[in-house]
Design a protein around this ligand. Structure first.
Ligand code: UD1
Length: 417
């Protein structure tokens, strides 16, 4: 429950990125020696990944933001439907399991709230490396047992869509393949780069992460290492929008501004004052915000994971804006909820037309997915009166201590259950 109207002031520390931690936790499967991670945020998706790895036999110790994983005795090579349906990113065990053990059985993810989200490119990429893959009973059954030395074989593979977890899965698989793999049209997201950095410390030979061609020279063995997870640019971006919308001033600590160029640019266009320094970003919302057009696209363009939050900003900015979603087919679930708060939004295909209104009015709304939920929190922070957001388990998947961080900045947020 949010009592709207408070300006946010102060400092908050940004957590480690969920989307970097998930593949890196799965990378522990690639080696028999311990992988020691720090800046692992306390999030539901992290708990789910740890549970999945635990079921497989990985020995895990977790202490605050530190997690150590020892995959010397893996006993199961399966991710069940129960696990994958809770979290689609469970698909990230496919590449590592297949590369190290020559076998994997991973449930196909079904549809999800933001679109159909197939994993065909993960599968085709592994097939290009020689894997035998059969889809039976809703499961991806993959094997390398017919290949020389039972190892995946390096290959050139062009992904005809930019896929973040697809690139990560294939990069992990290629690290232990025989020969060189060239991944073309690879995702350039900072989380892909963080995974590559960790894999390189583990002994992988990877070049080009952060560009659209990644070259991986397979090695026979990887070993554990220590790695600190990169900051969560989406968490950071969400608080930056909160500062701008409430007309406050917030300094983010432990953040790398260069990962947020597109977001910072849009906030400045909207009239916020953004100051960047080494590992800090300060956002000051000065008076009335201006509506800004948004078009999502793969990194370094504007991230789809910040689309809903900027939609919230536009609902109370002056002017009319267009928000175009190009990555996911059904990522406007927050629109109907924002309309319940008094927002003026109409949807035409993959574009939302947002006419800024003078004020939103608190109401009860329903969270539908992670970033949609965040956008409702932002709307609630500026709405008049009380906003109650239901199904906040979505928020716990990706925002560490959300209400504590917001309240520390002066918001009035209570968790009711
Ligand atoms: C990742 C992020 C998610 C973010 C998204 C886009 C994680 C854990 N999640 O999701 O927060 O919103 O990137 O930046 O890192 N596609 C296919 N076939 C495939 C794979 C993808 O058609 O095999 C399509 C998807 O349906 C989607 C687009 O490609 O339309 C991009 O999806 P992708 O980058 O794979 O998203 P995720 O990796 O699932």
């Amino acid at each position: 429950m949010i009592q709207g109207g408070n300006r946010l002031y102060g400092e908050i520390t940004i957590s480690g990125a969920k989307n970097a931690a998930l593949p890196i936790l799965c990378a522990s499967l690639l080696t028999e020696t311990p992988l020691n991670l720090s800046s692992v945020a306390a999030l539901k998706d992290i708990d789910t990944t740890i549970k999945l790895l635990d079921i497989m036999g990985v020995k895990i110790t977790r202490n605050a933001d530190k997690v150590s994983l020892d995959a010397s005795d893996v006993t199961s090579f399966e991710a069940t439907y129960e696990m994958v349906k809770t979290m689609r990113a469970s698909i990230l065990v496919l590449g590592p399991l297949l590369a190290r053990f020559g076998t994997a059985r991973v449930s196909l993810p079904g549809g999800c709230a933001i679109g159909s989200r197939p994993v065909d490119l993960h599968i085709k990429g592994l097939q290009a490396m020689g894997a035998a893959i059969h889809i039976t009973h809703g499961y991806i059954q993959a094997s390398t047992l017919h290949l020389p030395n039972r190892r995946l074989q390096g290959a050139r593979y062009y992904m005809d869509l930019v896929t973040v977890t697809g690139t990560e899965n294939l990069m992990m698989a290629a690290s232990l393949a025989q020969g060189t793999t060239i991944l073309e049209n690879a995702a350039k997201e900072p989380e892909v780069v963080d995974l590559a950095d960790c894999l390189i410390k583990m002994g992988a030979k990877i070049r080009g992460a952060g560009t659209d061609v990644i070259t991986v020279e397979g090695v026979e063995r990887l070993s554990g290492t220590d790695h600190n997870i990169v900051c969560d640019r989406i968490e950071a971006g969400t608080y930056m929008v909160a500062a701008a919308m409430t007309g406050g001033e917030v300094k983010l600590l432990n953040v790398q501004a260069h990962l947020l160029d597109a977001v910072i640019e849009k906030l400045r266009d909207a009239g916020a004052i953004v100051t960047v320094d080494t590992e800090t970003i300060t956002v000051k919302g000065d008076g009335q915000l201006k509506a800004v057009n948004i078009r999502t696209a793969p990194h370094p363009a504007f991230p789809t994971d910040m689309q809903a939050q900027f939609m919230a900003l536009n609902t109370v900015a002056s002017g009319v804006s267009k928000v175009t979603e190009t990555i996911f087919e059904n990522r406007f679930m927050h629109v109907q909820e924002m309309q319940r708060l008094g927002a003026d939004i109409s949807i035409d295909g993959n574009t939302a037309l947002v006419k800024g209104v003078e004020f939103l009015d608190g109401a009860t709304v329903m969270a539908t997915d992670l970033r949609a939920s965040a956008s409702l929190v932002l709307a609630g922070l500026v709405a008049r009166g009380e906003t109650v957001i239901e199904r906040i388990y979505h928020l716990d998947r990706g925002y560490e201590n959300l209400e504590a961080k917001l309240n520390a900045l002066g918001a009035n947020v209570k968790r009711l259950s």
